[in-house]
Design a protein around this ligand. Structure first.
Ligand SMILES: C[S@@+](CC[C@H](N)C(=O)[O-])C[C@H]1O[C@@H](n2cnc3c(N)ncnc32)[C@H](O)[C@@H]1O
Length: 402
């Protein structure tokens, strides 16, 4: 058992527990944040941020953390712990020209992520399994570059068929794809004990299932770069490792969502429409608090951007109807629309504190998963495998049995 990971997990869990008021409260849901009295200077500094400075912080996770740690006692020590995770970077070797033909079937960033993933993953089994493989781009790359046998598991038959077509002309290595729900019991029938399972960006329950399967079936190795931790049936993160189960911290689904929350980097018009929707939601939130006489956030269904056509009044009427709320008197719509815009500007600024804990929360969850594998006889390491610009989900657990 690697004791560095054991102590890193334990220290991080204690520190995050101490700081939980800062990452659990959500500025978009709570107009009055519980940390305001403890961190008045940060509260004021965030509200004073100009639009340009805010955008700069939102688009640079490192700058955002440097900003908050000047105001939050102990945050610098907490963030320093993350330096225990090796950051890159072994760059992929020069890609041989015969491999480059792959790129034309693969979206640009995915192609680069695959090369980095491969550069950080040693072959440790008799066969690779590409877990939730989509069209099997990663598997095909591994089959071809290492003359390996690969089996891709994917539940969408259309992707399986396309993946098989793409793998047809392989000269060295083989790639087959099977249509299967990896959450079903039958999955283990596809696996053999000397398999090395690869999972690039398999969401919540999908990578969790791999972890629990890997310890039941004596697999040779797993290499997992998870994403979308919040896509899980459980309301809370269920710690897998013994150490995780014994510590005090609890993570709700919304905290798992915090881990992957990025600022919208969509093109101008899309971004403006998303902002407009968020402003309206906050306007509606203030209205519903008054109508219900209850100062609490009410969750509302997600709606397509086309609802913008309804205008603010129609939007509120729709949400009220969906949530069974009566709008008998005619509210002052302009007033609530303006309040929504003001709340949005404030909430976006104050939310910077919560976002500064994203990486620490993600590392905690990955350490839990790594420790779980260690507890079941795997050697394991956690590292960054690609630059953040290629994917913010750039952490990889490599685990293998001796
Ligand atoms: C985020 S994509 C990742 C695909 C691929 N690994 C990549 O990095 O390009 C997740 C994939 O998991 C598949 N998937 C979702 N649920 C699944 C399940 N229960 N069993 C098998 N595949 C599933 C989806 O169809 C999708 O292709």
């Amino acid at each position: 058992m690697n004791s560095n990971y054991v102590s890193l997990f334990s220290n991080l869990s204690v520190a995050l527990d101490t700081h939980k008021a800062y990452w659990q409260s959500h500025a978009f849901r709570e107009p009055e944040l519980p940390w305001r009295a403890q961190l008045p200077d940060l509260h004021a500094a965030l509200l004073a941020l100009g639009d340009e400075s805010l955008l700069e912080l939102e688009s640079d996770a490192g700058a955002l953390q440097r900003f908050t740690q000047d105001y939050v006692p102990g945050q610098d020590a907490l963030l320093k712990m993350l330096e225990g995770i090796p950051s890159l970077l072994r760059s992929p070797d020069e890609i041989p020209s015969e491999m480059r033909f792959f790129a034309k079937h693969i979206p640009g960033r995915k192609w680069q992520q695959i090369q980095y993933f491969s550069a950080h993953t040693e072959s440790r089994g008799k066969r690779f399994i590409d877990w939730c493989c989509g069209k099997g781009h990663l598997g095909r790359y591994m089959a071809r570059s290492r003359a390996a046998d690969v089996l891709g598991l994917e539940w969408d038959q259309v992707l399986v068929d396309e993946g098989r077509d793409l793998a047809r002309d392989m000269v060295e290595g083989t790639m087959d794809l099977q249509c299967c729900d990896v959450l079903s019991r039958e999955t283990v029938d596809h696996l053999a004990s000397k398999d090395h399972v690869l999972a690039l960006h398999a969401c919540g329950d999908l990578h969790r299932q791999l972890l629990t399967t890997a310890v039941l079936k004596p697999m040779a190795a797993v290499s997992i770069a998870p994403c979308c931790y919040q896509k899980t049936r459980a309301e809370r993160y269920e710690f897998l490792s013994r150490q995780g189960q014994e510590q005090a911290l609890a993570l709700r689904r919304q905290d798992l969502h915090t881990m992957v929350q990025e600022t919208v980097t969509a093109p101008g018009a899309v971004r403006r429409r998303r902002i407009q929707l968020q402003q309206w939601r906050l306007g509606f939130d203030l209205l519903q608090r008054e109508l219900r006489g209850e100062d609490t956030y009410m969750t509302t269904p997600s709606l397509p951007q086309s609802v913008l056509k309804l205008g603010f009044k129609g939007f509120c009427r729709l949400l009220a109807e969906r949530r069974g709320l009566s709008l008998s008197a005619e509210p002052d719509w302009d007033h609530y629309e303006t309040l929504g815009e003001q709340r949005f500007a404030e909430a976006r600024r104050l939310d910077v504190l919560r976002l500064s804990y994203r990486r620490a929360l993600e590392v905690l969850v990955l350490l839990d998963q790594l420790l779980f594998l260690q507890e079941h006889g795997f050697q394991a390491e956690l590292r960054e495998f690609c630059p953040r610009e290629l994917s913010p989900r750039n952490l990889l657990i490599n685990a293998w049995r001796d």
